[in-house]
Write a new protein. Structure first.
Length: 224
């Protein structure tokens, strides 16, 4: 209970501080910069993320907000879960907004001298099935792509990452890793490495040692 109360006090102090209020005040940004990110919930969220980086927040998560206006067109909730009309939804809605906002974030961080110390990670819980034709959206004619957990892509930039390279590859059908599989534990270890954290040993309340993440290794080819 003591620990719970302390965490609650810290949360209230954070929310009520002037530094927090300033970090969330996007009215201080120029109209041109807001336009560069795109005046959508997702674009604005990335502007907010950059302001939080400047405020010294060490770990920031931005979730992609689904657009209900396109839900029926994509046989989904209006996000990347494109069970139908996959290619048109990507081309006309999802990719233009994503490309605009993520390029604005990376460029903005770079111009402010923050990119080298900020790791930007774009990922999801799964990929999309390589074979087109989700039965729930009319098969091949519905042009949907079902869930696919065996193989997917992750985008990493900044934080000492050397850009313009690909680590790992899929087979000819984009179904499975072609050579050495890279798992979530490897990506996590890469994030820890970028943060300068190599020792993942911890101790429980009884003083017993354990490892926060025994599996995986940092993807060192990405750096420098």
């Amino acid at each position: 209970m003591t620990n719970y109360t302390r965490q609650q006090e810290r949360a209230f102090a954070l929310l009520s501080s002037s530094a927090t209020a300033n970090a969330f005040d996007i009215a201080a940004e120029s109209p041109a910069l807001l336009e560069r990110y795109g005046k959508t919930i997702n674009g604005t969220s990335l502007v907010m993320a950059r302001r939080m980086v400047e405020a010294g927040v060490p770990f920031i998560t931005v979730f992609w907000k689904e657009n209900e206006a396109i839900a029926a067109r994509c046989k989904s909730a209006g996000g990347w879960d494109t069970h139908g009309n996959n290619f048109n939804c990507l081309r006309e809605y999802l990719l233009p907004e994503f490309d605009r906002s993520i390029s604005a974030l990376i460029g903005d961080l770079s111009q402010r001298g923050l990119l080298d110390e900020t790791l930007v990670l774009v990922t999801s819980e799964m990929g999309r099935r390589p074979r087109v034709g989700d039965p729930r959206s009319g098969g091949v004619a519905g042009a949907g792509r079902d869930h696919w957990t065996t193989c997917m892509s992750v985008l990493i930039a900044g934080g000492g990452i050397r850009g313009g390279q690909t680590v790992g590859k899929s087979d000819a059908w984009a179904e499975r890793p072609a050579d050495v599989p890279i798992g979530p534990e490897d990506v996590t270890k890469t994030v820890y490495h970028a943060m300068g954290i190599g020792d993942l040993q911890a101790t429980d309340l009884q003083g017993r040692p354990y490892n926060l993440l025994e599996d995986g290794k940092p993807l060192m080819d990405l750096f420098g």
